[in-house]
Design a protein around this ligand. Structure first.
Ligand code: TTJ
Length: 686
């Protein structure tokens, strides 16, 4: 007989907070930065629920110098009365029982399946301490919890009350909940909240919950410090108060997801001025969407389920797209924009240049896909489709909307014509494929290894640097693809033109995945695709163009984290006698290296990759043990799309201003700030 390790009492203990401690990953995904932020979102989600149910209209989030964070709402307050079954206060239940909380009310849309919605007790279990203050029915209550190592029991005690829920005897007319906690550094690899991450998510939540006011205050940094770092301001104006006041920002959108679409389309030309908006409930699913067509050529649909982004799509997106195509075709036929003999407009064409936000709320959510961000509930499809049809039909029936819908149809018809031409161009390109592979032989210095997981493709700016890289590489796993000149600007081109470009075709053939809807990562030849460009304006531009191409046409490649940016050093600090040679990747590091080398040093500033010898390029930029690689992730697709539009779009003024503000084109450049990145072998998550 196998040994019996567990009995019923073991199980009940393990179901408590100890289980969370033992396997944090099971509850929050990881103990890296994602997991850290997750325990903040658990608390924020509770406050959002209270607001979504109409009981709160303010949420204040604060990040403190000691590393703790707090969330406060002006809702009803977490229940303080004694729970009849457990004989402890509602507050204690919420913070010590897994899965406890208002979310499991019948009236609420509870989250499950994904990682969100594991409950506030998980935050408590993974915090050094947690404080709760509740104001309700005129009274103020407080309760604390802590986690510590119990020497006697030789184990960690997690989320233990420091005392009972206490009535502070402070009368108040206000009501709400305040929760502050310090993430435990024994659990998380890094306990520093990221202002950019928190800010981005709270902004998104404000868009998704119209009318709600969310403020974020970061006590770790003053307003002036924030502005000096670049902030989001166009013009930096420091003031006296800003020298001492913490940085604070407020998110509030009366228009909700319509404002979200307006934000996505900022700076783009629009087919009609106001986004179309609709909201309805069907079969227990709440559906809300806002759409607006632009003059661009790609589709931008941002979907959410229970306020959680679903970049991998799923059944709700299928329903939405199907519904849209149906209404537009019906409209076109009824208004004789399509003749009886004309074929239907294909959905893709009617979504060209579309920016849309789709937000649904439903119960028992199942998330699927590579990154668990795809809605797997098939029952979501039909209700979303009928709400979309109902909403768009109602809008199209309004006489004042005629011009808008006519414009949408006109644009779709134009797109359909171009698509036909594109398909023909693509077929020609396919026919030429064998020729392409032949052309590659001359350009691509392919590696000898046949294991894609180990192989790296360096896309190198310029033939000369390409030559150096070919000498420097380890032939076994490193391939070099030199790029001559600039690849074309993808933003402005349609698919057929992108495909016609030789540089782009070379990249597509080298990677092997195919593009667009046909992009298949199983066929990827290189698990690391490394862009290596000069640390100057041209290099920055080339990098942006390549990233735009990957983002738009090989999205899965970026999503799966296969795209990297190689970081050549900016300086060499050395001694004339050759006894010392140090490399610096930014100005801060330059000073450190100068200090380290001491007297009698010389500095070489690298203006381009071409100035380096093969040996130098290898040690500083290509050797996996020593190089500085930055992994590009498009978690922040909204910001990336915005930046790409600014940089590559029609707004020359914006682009110039953007480039002028970001003179340092290396490590700290704007792209790095806006598109989240991580260093190679950094976090274990993401
Ligand atoms: C539950 O049903 C009775 C009335 O109060 C409902 C409730 O749970 N309200 C509530 C919880 N409002 N705010 C919260 C909450 C806020 C924060 C910041 C953190 C947590 C864990 C809960």
């Amino acid at each position: 007989m196998a040994e019996k390790h567990y009995n019923a009492s073991d199980l009940t203990i393990l179901e408590g907070l100890d289980a969370v401690r033992l396997r944090p990953g099971m509850y929050i995904g990881s103990t890296g930065p994602k997991g850290l932020h997750h325990i903040l979102w658990e608390i924020v989600d509770n406050a959002i629920d209270e607001a979504a149910n109409g009981y709160a209209d303010r949420i204040d989030v604060r990040l403190y110098k000691d590393g703790s964070a707090s969330v406060e709402d002006n809702g009803r307050g977490i229940p303080t009365d004694i729970h009849p079954k457990t004989k402890v206060s509602g507050v204690q239940v919420v913070f010590t029982q897994l899965h406890a909380g208002g979310k499991f009310d019948e009236h609420n849309y509870s989250f499950s399946g994904g990682l969100h919605g594991v409950g506030a007790s998980v935050t408590n279990a993974l915090s050094k301490w947690l404080k709760v203050r509740v104001r309700r029915e005129g009274k103020t209550y407080e309760m604390g919890f802590h986690s510590y190592y119990d020497e006697k029991k030789k184990k960690y005690e997690s989320g233990v009350p420091t005392g009972p829920l206490t009535d502070l005897k402070i009368r108040t007319k206000q009501h709400g909940s305040f929760v502050q906690f310090l993430p435990d550094d024994a659990v998380f690899t890094n306990t520093e909240f990221s202002l950019a991450t928190v800010s981005h998510r709270l902004n998104e939540l404000a868009f998704l919950n119209r009318g709600l006011t969310i403020t974020l205050t970061d006590e770790r940094i003053t307003r002036n410090e924030y502005l000096a770092q670049g902030g989001e301001a166009e013009e930096v104006q420091l003031d006296l108060a800003g020298a001492t006041e913490p940085y604070s920002v407020t998110f509030h959108y009366e228009g909700g997801i319509s404002d979200f679409v307006g934000y996505l389309n900022d700076g783009k030309s629009k087919l009609y001025q106001k986004p179309l908006y609709y909201r309805a409930e069907k079969d227990g699913i709440l559906v809300e969407f806002a759409i607006q067509h632009t003059g661009e050529y790609t589709e931008n649909l941002f979907s959410f389920v229970n306020n959680i982004p679903t970049p991998e799509g799923g059944f709700h997106e299928v329903g939405f797209r199907t519904g849209m195509t149906r209404v537009l075709n019906d409209y076109a036929r009824e208004n004789k924009l399509l003749k009886d003999k004309d074929p239907n407009l294909v959905g893709e064409a009617s979504r060209e240049g579309l920016s849309a936000v789709l937000s649904i709320k439903m119960k028992n959510v199942q998330f699927e896909g590579q990154t668990k961000t795809k809605l797997g509930n098939p029952e979501a499809r039909t209700p979303v489709e009928s709400c979309t049809v109902e909403g768009l039909r109602a809008l199209a029936a309004e006489p004042r909307m005629k011009k808008t819908f006519d414009e949408i149809i006109k644009k779709a018809q134009g797109a359909a014509r171009v698509r036909l031409a594109a398909r023909q161009a693509k077929e020609t390109a396919r026919a030429k494929n064998s020729i392409d592979s032949l052309m590659l032989v001359g350009k691509l210095a392919a590696c000898s290894g046949r294991k894609p997981e180990q192989n790296e493709l360096f896309i190198v700016e310029g033939d000369s640097a390409g030559g150096t890289a070919k000498q420097a590489r380890v032939r076994q796993f490193q391939s070099i693809l030199p790029l001559r000149g600039k690849p074309l600007n993808v933003e402005k081109k349609r698919l057929d033109q992108v495909l016609a470009n030789e540089e782009i075709r070379t990249i597509i053939s080298a990677l092997g995945t195919g593009i667009g809807t046909e992009c298949n990562l199983d066929k990827l030849n290189y698990h690391k695709v490394i862009i290596l460009s000069d640390a100057d304006q041209d290099g920055f531009h080339i990098r942006c163009i390549l990233l735009t191409f990957f983002y738009r046409y090989m999205t899965p490649l970026v999503m799966a984290g296969h795209v990297y940016i190689g970081m050549p050093p900016l300086y060499k600090v050395y001694k004339a006698n050759g006894s010392v040679e140090e490399y610096a990747y930014d100005d801060k590091e330059l000073q450190e290296k100068i200090d380290k080398v001491g007297r009698g040093y010389l500095i070489q500033r690298y203006k381009g990759l071409g100035e380096m010898s093969a040996e130098q390029l290898w040690t500083t930029t290509m050797d996996p043990m020593r190089r500085n690689l930055i992994q590009v992730t498009v978690e922040d697709a909204v910001a990336a799309d915005n930046m790409i539009t600014t940089l590559m779009g029609d707004r020359v003024d914006k682009r110039k201003e953007f480039l002028a503000r970001n003179a340092n084109f290396n490590k700290e450049d704007a792209f790095m700030k806006r598109v989240k990145t991580k260093k190679e072998n950094g976090d274990e998550d993401e």
